[in-house]
Design a protein around this ligand. Structure first.
Ligand SMILES: Nc1ncnc2c1ncn2[C@@H]1O[C@H](COP(=O)(O)OP(=O)(O)OP(=O)(O)O)[C@@H](O)[C@H]1O
Ligand SMILES: [Mg+2]
Length: 253
C-alpha cells in the first residue's frame, strides 16, 4: 500500500466577502499524492494553481474541504501549530531562489535547521549530505552573488530538503533559469525523487519542466480537468502534455 502524503478533498476557495462579487478560485478539487511521487500541476492563467499551492502550503486557508499532509488535517490547525508544521514538514523552492545574500551558501542551506534550534554539530553532516546529492559541495563557502543561477537554484533545493520534509513544493522553480540550468535543476529533482524517494509537487506553466514529472494534474476554472501519467519516454510525455494544453485552448497554460 502506498502512503498518501498530500490528500486534497473537495477543496473550495472563494475570494471576496459575502454579498460582494464572489468567485470560486477553487471549486471542489480532490486528488491524492503518494509518498515518493513527482507530480506536476498545470492549467491556464487564472485556473487556480497558485491558490491551490498556497492552500497546500498552509499560506492560505481553504473556504471548504479538507487538506491532509503526512496524515495531519491542516484545515483544522491553529496559526502557531501551522507555522511549526510548515517549517518541519514542508520544503519550498520558488522562482526567485529566495537565498539570503549576506549568508554563505552553507548558511543558507542550514537555515531551516538553525531556525528549528538544531545544534551546529548536528547541522554539519546534514548540509554536507544534501550538498553532495545536489552537486554543490565545492561552492558551500561562497555567497549567492558569486554563483550561477542554476547553482543558486540547486542551493534553494538543498535548503528545501535539508530538514527532510514530507514533500517539496515548487512554484515555477525553473522560471528564472536558462535552459541549461533548468535542465540541471530538473535532473537534480528527478534524482532526489528516484534515488532518495523525495515526494515533489511542482506548479509550472512550462511543458518541458512538466515532462520530468511522472503524473500531471491539469486544472481549469478551479476544477480538475484531466490527469495524465508518463507511460514511456520523457519526449513522448512532453508531446502528450502539449496536446492537453492545446485542448485547454492555450499553448502557455
Ligand atoms: N487575493 C485574491 N483576491 C481575489 N481574487 C483572487 C486572489 N488571488 C487570486 N484570485 C483569483 O482567483 C483565480 C485563480 O488565481 P490563481 O492565482 O490561483 O491562478 P493561477 O492558475 O496561479 O494563474 P497564473 O498562471 O496566471 O499564475 C483567478 O481568477 C484570480 O483572479
Ligand atoms: Mg499562479
Amino acid at each position: 500500500m502506498k502512503t498518501p502524503v498530500v490528500e486534497v478533498s473537495n477543496v473550495k476557495k472563494v475570494y471576496g466577502k459575502a454579498g460582494e462579487n464572489q468567485s470560486y478560485a477553487l471549486n471542489g478539487v480532490s486528488f491524492t499524492i503518494h509518498e515518493g511521487e513527482f507530480v506536476g500541476i498545470m492549467g491556464p492563467s487564472g485556473s487556480g494553481k497558485t491558490t491551490l499551492l498556497n492552500v497546500i502550503s498552509t499560506l492560505d486557508q481553504a473556504t471548504e474541504g479538507m487538506v491532509r499532509i503526512a496524515g495531519s488535517d491542516i484545515t483544522k490547525m491553529k496559526q502557531g501549530a501551522l507555522s511549526d508544521f510548515r517549517s518541519q514538514k514542508l520544503g519550498f523552492i520558488f522562482q526567485d531562489f529566495n537565498l539570503l545574500e549576506n549568508l554563505t551558501i552553507y548558511e543558507n542551506i542550514a537555515l531551516p535547521l538553525s531556525l528549528q534550534g538544531v545544534t551546529s554539530r548536528q547541522i554539519g553532516p546534514k548540509v554536507q549530505k544534501v550538498a553532495e546529492t545536489l552537486g554543490i559541495t565545492a561552492i558551500l563557502h561562497k555567497n549567492p552573488a558569486e554563483v550561477s543561477g542554476g547553482q543558486k537554484q540547486r542551493c534553494a533545493a538543498a535548503r528545501a530538503l535539508v530538514h527532510e520534509p514530507a514533500i517539496i513544493l515548487g512554484d515555477e522553480p525553473t522560471g528564472a533559469l536558462d535552459s541549461k540550468n533548468a535542465t540541471s535543476l530538473l535532473t537534480a529533482m528527478t534524482n532526489l525523487n528516484q534515488e532518495h524517494g523525495v515526494s515533489i509537487m511542482l506548479v509550472t506553466h512550462d511543458a518541458y519542466s512538466a515532462s520530468y514529472c511522472e503524473r500531471i494534474l491539469f486544472i481549469q476554472d478551479g476544477e480538475m480537468y484531466k490527469e495524465i501519467h508518463r507511460q514511456s519516454s520523457r519526449e513522448d510525455f512532453y508531446r502528450e502534455i502539449l496536446d492537453v494544453l492545446a485542448d485547454l485552448g492555450t499553448t502557455k497554460a
